[in-house]
Design a protein around this ligand. Structure first.
Ligand code: FPP
Length: 224
């Protein structure tokens, strides 16, 4: 029987949504953060076990400084406002990505939220922040190569399991279902190893327009 435990979402289209309304891109990000909050609650209520959200890619660092700063502020605001709500809803907050590149105050908010929710047993919501799949794979290769060099690992013992354990997602199941909004048909450096067998769903809806109803009906479509 097919089961849906892990959904991963590429939340895309904030900028276009705002531009279509002649508003700055930041307006789309504000609306996008609100939608993310709703979808997290919806996923928890559905009884989903894992939700991974592509919140800030390693490529997003290349955006104009003002936009990067704005996204950072939004993330920090989200964590400060939502950590206790996540705890109350029994949602465990985790991250993947090079979070050491984030401003210190955000790193502290992340650590606080992770720590606060570490005992929660409902949904795990994982924010991919400063995340890139190619970087993740290179870092896994380096870890393995160095273990081989130090004679802690035999070349013959490198297999898929061993490799998975060297990735940032170690210990979590791979996504069953990946949803991407905004009509782009690609993975954009998101969980490329982990999505080898995932089903993919692309919708033209721009992320700020995405609703709980659309999310639940897309999740239902996974079983048909
Ligand atoms: C893509 O829109 C969106 C991102 C940069 C990542 C997702 C960020 C959010 C939903 C806001 C922050 C979220 C939280 C939870 C604090 P885009 O700017 O690439 O849109 P475009 O492709 O139309 O330009």
């Amino acid at each position: 029987m097919k089961s849906l435990d892990h959904v991963a979402i590429i939340m895309d289209g904030n900028g276009r949504w705002a531009q279509m309304r002649s508003r700055p891109r930041t307006y789309g990000h504000i609306k996008g953060a609100r939608v993310a909050k709703k979808i997290i609650t919806c996923a928890a209520d559905m009884g989903l076990k894992h939700l991974t959200l592509y919140t800030f890619s390693s490529d997003n660092w290349l955006r104009p400084k003002d936009e990067v700063n704005f996204l950072m502020t939004l993330l920090e605001r989200y964590l400060k406002k939502e950590s206790h709500n996540l705890y109350k809803k029994n949602i465990r907050f985790t991250t993947i990505g090079q979070t050491e590149k984030l401003p210190n105050s955000i790193q502290r908010s992340i650590a606080y939220t992770k720590n606060l929710t570490s005992g929660c047993t409902g949904l795990e919501v994982c924010f991919a922040i400063s995340y890139g799949s190619k970087q993740e794979i290179i870092s896994a290769v380096k870890k393995i190569a160095s273990a081989v060099k130090d004679n802690q690992l035999d070349l013959a013992d490198i297999d898929e399991d061993q490799f998975s354990q060297s990735l940032m997602t170690t210990g979590r199941p791979d996504p069953d279902f990946v949803i991407r909004t905004s009509g782009e048909y690609r993975l954009s450096n998101f969980l490329m190893w982990q999505c080898a067998y995932s089903e993919l769903f692309f919708t033209d809806i721009l992320w700020p327009d995405f609703t709980e109803n659309q999310f639940t009906s897309i999740c239902k479509s996974y079983f048909s």
